[in-house]
Design a protein around this ligand. Structure first.
Ligand SMILES: C[S@@+](CC[C@H](N)C(=O)[O-])C[C@H]1O[C@@H](n2cnc3c(N)ncnc32)[C@H](O)[C@@H]1O
Length: 229
């Protein structure tokens, strides 16, 4: 019999009601029209612009996928740690890092909720597409993790599904547990309420459809640059 004695027991029980995406199959089959699969070597435009304007020495990326942002950071001399649930994605990321001689990045596979990140501090945390895939009951824990590993005055770059675009679930948190769970679309207001609790918004804008030789962005995402309060 499974009992609920701790908050983690409660979260684990709720996790069973949320299937989400099978990410290993996703990266093996590569049959979904996701731009981050197509442009898997190009960093996000907002990340490139941010790095040009800020002198960052350490960074962490959650849900790094095949490493396009983390490798870009490492090539810009930033000590980077990058995590993803999918072992397939992490293997591909490590191969790309070797091929492009990006030595300052460490990739690790694992669930962010099982990582031991105590004693870690970074000047920048990046989330390009993981937050909108987390179940509502995990979001508060996620916000605490991001906040706790950020150094004082640290920055958080967040890209997440924008409401009104195709593909994502336009559902409230109660309905989420009964929906198809491909990822939650957020409004500006929802993002401000949730992240504003612990972060100041430096930038919040809708992306545009842009593909340049060295970077890209997409109109289906909100792009947020947040600063730890
Ligand atoms: C939309 S993809 C984005 C990948 C990458 N950031 C990019 O843009 O190329 C979301 C990523 O989050 C990862 N992910 C989802 N839930 C996770 C969790 N609980 N812990 C770690 N990674 C997770 C998935 O494996 C997937 O690679």
């Amino acid at each position: 019999m499974n009992d609920i004695n701790t908050i983690e027991d409660l979260y684990s029980m709720l996790d069973r009601y949320t299937e989400g995406v099978d990410w290993d199959t996703f990266y093996t089959k590569r049959d979904k029209p996701a731009p981050f699969l197509k442009y898997y070597k190009l960093p996000d435009k907002c990340v490139v612009n941010f790095i040009k304007e800020h002198n960052i020495r350490s960074a962490c990326e959650f849900g790094c996928g095949e490493g396009r942002n983390a490798i870009y950071l490492a090539k810009n001399n930033i000590d980077t740690e990058a995590y993803d649930l999918s072992e397939t994605a992490i293997e591909n990321a490590k191969r790309s890092a070797r091929e492009s001689k990006a030595e300052k990045v460490v990739f690790k596979s694992g669930n962010i909720f099982a990582l031991d990140l105590r004693n870690k501090k970074f000047e920048l945390v990046i989330d390009s597409g993981i937050f909108h895939h987390l179940s509502p009951h995990r979001r508060l824990q996620y916000r605490d993790i991001v906040s706790s590993i950020l150094a004082e005055n640290g920055y958080f770059i967040l890209l997440c599904f924008a409401a009104g675009e195709d593909g994502a679930d336009e559902v409230g948190d109660y309905e989420f547990y009964k929906s198809k769970q491909t990822g939650v679309a957020f409004t500006e207001e929802r993002l401000k309420i949730f992240w504003g609790e612990k972060f100041d918004f430096v930038e919040l804008r809708k992306g545009e459809n842009i593909v340049e030789p060295q970077m890209w962005e997409s109109e289906y995402l909100y792009i947020c640059v947040l600063k730890k309060k």
